[in-house]
Design a protein around this ligand. Structure first.
Ligand SMILES: [Zn+2]
Length: 255
């Protein structure tokens, strides 16, 4: 591991390096990591900002959307001036303002079955910050097939959930399909654009997601593989429930 940090890096990451669990070797792991953020929205904003600030060496951002005024209530990587411009460009500019040392790859495109495998192959850890079930399921399946760690968060109204899926590295750990075998019938589960979401709830969940990314990179603490973290903001309650691998899962059962 390259521990050759510049004076700028030593000062910039001093509060990480002070942590016994991270130190110089953990910061070197962070610098060597490649993380893909799918969705530059409510979850993707704190992910992008904290991972850039933390010094993740290469960060990819995927989103095909153009910034709308209604996004700004929660998508804090963006600014009013950027309305009408691609979200990946706006988020990348905010990340570079925080940390010009990180390499940012913008993918202004919609993920589909034809491009997902090649895209995730370039990264170690994939963050799902999308807002629709077809993309979530496609990304989750591609991560199992491509043996990539998936850290997946979701929000709606005043609630959030978070888990890590890495059945390739944790044989007892489930994949997304062990938890949700099939997408819900269209229209059954409303989206944030239909049901609303408190902006700060997306910020908390995206920040928890960024924390789990940094834990996976530095291999510290308890992984959320095999666990689902649930947060009810109105009740101010967190719960952590055990997830079991489905031995008959068509996606990860053969791993
Ligand atoms: Zn599975």
């Amino acid at each position: 591991m390259d521990l050759n940090f510049s004076e700028d890096e030593i000062q910039r990451y001093a509060r990480h390096i002070l942590l016994r669990e991270i130190g110089g070797s953990g910061q070197a792991r962070i610098k060597a990591a490649r993380v893909l953020i799918v969705g530059a929205g409510g979850l993707g904003s704190p992910l992008a900002l904290y991972l850039a600030a933390a010094g993740v060496g290469v960060i990819g951002l995927v989103d095909a959307d153009v910034l709308e005024l209604s996004n700004l209530q929660r998508q804090i990587a963006h600014s009013t001036e950027a309305v009408g411009t691609p979200k990946v460009a706006s988020a990348a500019a905010a990340m570079r303002r925080i940390n010009p040392l990180v390499e940012i790859h913008t993918h202004d495109m919609r993920l589909d079955a034809a491009n997902v495998s090649a895209l995730i192959a370039d990264y170690d850890i994939i963050c799902d910050g999308t807002d629709n079930f077809p993309t979530r399921f496609m990304l989750a399946d591609a991560c199992v097939a491509g043996r990539r760690t998936l850290i997946s968060a979701a929000v709606l109204r005043f609630e959030g959930q978070l888990s890590t899926f890495k059945p390739h590295a944790d044989p007892a750990g489930p994949c997304y399909r062990c938890l949700y075998p099939e997408p819900p019938p269209e229209g059954l589960v409303p989206s944030c654009s239909e049901a609303g979401v408190l902006g700060a709830v997306t910020g908390v969940m995206g920040t928890l997601q960024a924390t789990e990314v940094l834990k996976e990179i530095t291999v510290i603490g308890a992984s959320l593989s095999g666990w689902l973290l649930l947060w009810d903001a109105l009740g101010a309650e967190f719960r952590k429930i055990r997830l079991r691998k489905d031995p008959a899962c068509p996606v990860c059962g053969s791993l």
